[in-house]
Design a protein around this ligand. Structure first.
Ligand code: N01
Length: 538
């Protein structure tokens, strides 16, 4: 609740990487800001995803805030790709260093956000019934924060432990001596499976769609490597604001070179590891024949690693171009299937009949299971925003407005919902780039926008419907120029039954997008409409 009954300047929903930076930035401008967070502490996805093997696939020196040069110089990363505990320690360190927790209400889940047209304020209500009011409401609710459990017949009858990777308990489950089942082979499944295989007596993996995964070749970071990168941190950060993550981008097409040269390049990148592999040539995500060459290379690698030919066959993706589902990065994933305590069930060939109290029946065979791990993904991008009952001008519900898919201007605002900002939402590059680069850009844009309103004593800013329509079309066209819409991915909402099939992220380079956002500002917030304080509610 508001202290003294005075509205806050801003309410931020979520205390992950986005919410924390929003609080820091707005506080620095003198805005009275409060953050509401469902978890018991800071961290967002890195608070919830404590499953064994959880690790970022952007290198740690790049997956960090750039807004404070002392912070980036002082913090020491230990590994090339930081594991979840280290990233969470970093986020906790940021919260302490900038004294952020004092303005955060933890264990506070928001259920509704209602715009008051007379007052030009948002009232945000929590599960406990507390109400907070502010001029601005900022959704820092995360792109992948609403976990989805699989709707499989009889799963509610299963009496063993069930864990979702995105809601992993703080007290780590003990799989020693247990028969464990894992459903899902996306990024989370591919990370957790090798770890559980080492702990459990037996592991059964239920795979519906095979995914492409590239080895991480994670390693300790030497102090020399770290010092060398930090010596040029400003240049690296400037480049990241153009390209997202500092991959080795190519200016050649895959079919412009000989088959031998292509293979050499794929092999070289495979040995270096990580998402960099996907950037071997510049046409891999726009040309299917080009993509076929890299997909064939990975399928051959899978067959060379996995000893059982039938298992290898099941692990080879064959229904989407490489990179059109988020590419996975692993540590010993394919090798795990050479273990004698691991069995792969290819659900496309042998679907689950049903779960029961002590296990699962597949093609007439009973498989006893003690613990079930669901690595079954999220209601991505729009899910966390729509989980809250948001109502804008004239009481219109965002759930109704977005019934056919999310509609935004620049991915930051949605018409009819004044002073409601979304960080790294649908219609922005978001999950297609290094998330922290996207977060910092959005927070800065929103903070500058709020400063603009304050300097001119304006009550509201809202996206115009016309400009929003043009932006949605622009985002659709960007996706259509790529192979990305060809996969049944969560980018398209295809993993959620009944979710509109709309390609949600904006498939442009972050540098291009940043300039588009800046151009809008330079043209006097073109496409946005303002109301003056005295005209609020008119
Ligand atoms: O989720 P996913 P995730 N029966 O949606 C399967 C980021 N991330 O948590 O493909 C059987 O990708 C589903 O099968 P299908 C990253 O952006 C990053 O793994 O729908 N299977 C799929 O295999 C990532 O993309 C990192 O056929 C069912 C899996 O569950 C995003 O988070 C680490 C099923 C879900 O895969 C989400 O990844 C982890 C059912 N009923 C996550 N329902 C890193 O930085 C779903 N599935 C490394």
């Amino acid at each position: 609740m508001n202290r003294d009954g005075v509205p806050y300047d801003a309410i931020v929903i979520g205390a992950g990487l986005a919410g924390l930076y929003a609080l820091h930035r707005l506080r620095g401008m003198g805005c009275r800001t409060v953050v509401l967070e469902a978890a018991s502490d800071v961290g967002g996805v890195w608070y919830w995803n404590r499953y064994p093997g959880a690790r970022c696939d952007v290198e740690s020196l790049q997956y960090s805030y750039s807004f404070d040069t002392d912070l980036e110089q002082e913090w020491q990363w230990t590994e090339r790709y930081a594991a979840q505990p280290e990233i969470l320690r970093y986020i906790e360190h940021v919260a302490e260093r900038f004294d952020l927790r004092r303005d955060i209400h933890f264990s506070t889940r928001v259920v509704s956000a209602i715009f008051n047209e007379q007052q030009s304020t948002w009232t945000v209500v929590t599960v406990a019934g507390s109400a907070f009011t502010a001029q601005h409401c900022i959704m820092a609710t995360g792109a992948l924060s609403v976990p989805r459990l699989p709707a499989i017949a009889g799963i509610e009858d299963f009496r063993g432990e069930v864990h979702h990777t995105g809601r992993w308990p703080k007290r780590a489950p003990d799989f020693a001596g247990k028969r464990v089942g894992v459903i899902g082979t996306g990024s989370s499944g591919i990370q957790v499976i090798p770890q559980i295989a080492r702990q459990a007596a037996h592991l059964t993996v239920f795979q519906r769609t095979a995914n492409f995964s590239i080895p991480a070749w994670n390693r300790l970071l030497s102090s020399e490597d770290q010092a060398a990168f930090k010596a040029s941190y400003r240049e690296h950060r400037a480049r990241a604001r153009e390209v997202g993550t500092l991959y080795e981008f190519s200016d050649r097409g895959a079919l412009q070179v000989s088959a031998t040269e292509r293979e050499r390049e794929y092999a070289r990148r495979w040995e270096k590891g990580g998402v960099n592999f996907v950037h071997a040539f510049n046409d891999l995500l726009v040309s299917k024949p080009a993509n076929d060459t890299i997909a064939d290379f990975v399928r051959a690698r899978i067959r060379s690693i996995v000893k059982d030919a039938a298992v290898a066959d099941s692990l080879c993706p064959d229904d989407h171009p490489l990179g059109t589902k988020r590419i996975c990065v692993d540590t010993g994933y394919y090798e795990t299937y050479n273990r004698t305590n691991v069995r792969l069930i290819n659900l496309k060939k042998t679907p689950i009949d049903h779960f029961h109290a002590t296990g699962v029946r597949v093609a007439g065979e009973d498989l006893p299971i003690d613990s079930l791990v669901c690595a079954t993904g999220y209601d991505a991008l729009s899910g966390a925003v729509l989980a809250i009952d948001i109502r804008g001008r004239a009481g219109i519900r965002l759930r109704d407005k977005w019934a056919s898919g999310p509609r935004t201007l620049l991915g930051i605002m949605t018409a009819g919902f004044p002073n409601l900002f979304i960080i790294t939402g649908a219609g922005s590059p978001s999950v297609l780039v290094n998330m922290i680069v996207g977060i910092e850009h959005h927070v800065q844009w929103i903070a500058d926008c709020i400063a603009h309103l304050r300097a001119r004593q304006l009550a509201t800013i809202d996206a115009s419907f016309d400009a929003e329509d043009r932006w949605v079309e622009h985002v659709n066209q960007a996706a259509a120029r790529t192979l990305l819409p060809l996969a049944n991915s969560w980018f398209l909402g295809a993993n959620i039954p009944g979710k509109p099939r709309v390609f949600m992220p904006y498939a442009a380079k972050i540098g291009v997008y940043r300039r588009e956002c800046q151009d809008v500002v330079d043209r006097g917030y073109e496409g946005f409409v303002f109301t003056e304080a005295s005209h609020a509610g008119s």
